[in-house]
Design a protein around this ligand. Structure first.
Ligand SMILES: [Mn+2]
Length: 319
């Protein structure tokens, strides 16, 4: 049954999630001795609304008597520290407001749960560019970088920031501050350089985040139901242009256990079987944080080591 969240937000039904490790059985057994339960919340687009997302998580913890250990956000985070940052945010003037990230940056508030996010197409791009390889944007809030992999406890989380536009894909990161209007639009476009780095990853990835959906993912879920909600996707789906082409290539290469996306502002689930007898990727896209929208999914319990902390980043050069 759906659970009513704080302020009328609709939470989707918690489901069970267990990670499948392909490591040798002996290693798995020794790991299990150190494992504890872990609960992961996944959110679609943040749009700077940290206050409401965290309030929803705190409410959920209270009514369900659980503790959420990690929040993943799939982009459009809007880590706006001050009014100057708004000049690098690609949104219509009427949407240019500070929202609530600045409170967590300034120390007025502290994120109640460790938060990991990727970038989307509405970001304080000047700030994210400072953390190209990933880094803490505020206490307990970690940006995964333009392309990155981190280890949170025993879970390897990869991510690709931005959205795909074929006309900028083969360019470098040429944008320089202060961004002109064209720079503001292109700075968040996915570049081949970053995808190429992720394509070199050989160790298993448990969770991967991309802002736009991997192209073709709609073939692996309930398409009719999706089109009932978003009939205007039909043309792009038929033409094979909906979503990110490089994300689809990465999905095929990395074959993570879970892949989470956002951007299209609806919930959509899919199962991708890799090869005839290969692993399965569970895909889930979520909405943005608005009342009665499916923007949050909680997975529990997950087996993880007891010392789970966002201990270190693994820059791609060190993988
Ligand atoms: Mn978006």
């Amino acid at each position: 049954m759906p659970t009513k969240g704080n302020r009328g937000f609709a939470l989707t039904t918690p489901i069970l999630l267990f990670f499948n490790y392909s490591s040798p059985r002996s290693r798995a057994l020794s790991q299990q001795l150190r494992f504890l339960e872990m609960r992961i919340a996944v959110e679609g687009c943040m749009h700077g609304d940290l206050d409401n997302v965290y309030a929803t998580i705190l409410h959920l913890q209270e009514v369900e008597n659980v503790k959420i250990d990690l929040l993943l956000c799939c982009g459009d985070f809007q880590a706006v520290r001050n009014e100057k940052d708004l000049e690098s945010l690609h949104v219509l003037p009427k949407y240019r407001n500070m929202n609530s990230f600045w409170k967590y940056y300034s120390g007025e508030k502290v994120a109640p749960v460790p938060t990991v996010f990727i970038g989307g197409n509405h970001e304080a791009s000047n700030y994210l560019w400072e953390l190209y390889y990933g880094g803490w944007v505020a206490p307990h809030i970690y940006f995964l970088g333009f392309a990155g992999v981190i280890k949170f406890g025993n879970i390897r989380i990869g991510g690709l920031s931005g959205i795909y536009k074929n006309y900028d894909y083969h360019l470098g990161h040429y944008e320089k501050l202060p961004y002109n209007h064209k720079d503001i639009c292109s700075v968040y476009h996915v570049r081949e350089y970053d995808v190429h780095k992720l394509m070199q990853v050989e160790e298993p990835i448990d969770i991967f985040l991309s802002h736009d959906w991997p192209r073709g993912i709609t073939d692996h879920g309930n398409l009719a139901n999706l089109l009932r909600q978003k009939h205007f996707f039909e043309k792009e789906i038929k033409e094979g242009t909906l979503g990110s082409e490089p994300a689809a290539v990465l999905l095929d290469k990395l074959r993570p256990s879970y892949w989470f996306s956002a951007h299209l502002h609806c919930k959509f689930a899919a199962l991708v079987q890799h090869g005839d007898d290969g692993p399965v990727t569970k895909f889930l896209a979520l909405d943005k944080c608005l009342p009665r929208r499916k923007f949050l999914q909680v997975y529990l319990p997950t087996l993880l080591p007891s010392n789970y902390r966002l201990s270190s980043t693994t820059n791609l050069g060190l993988l």
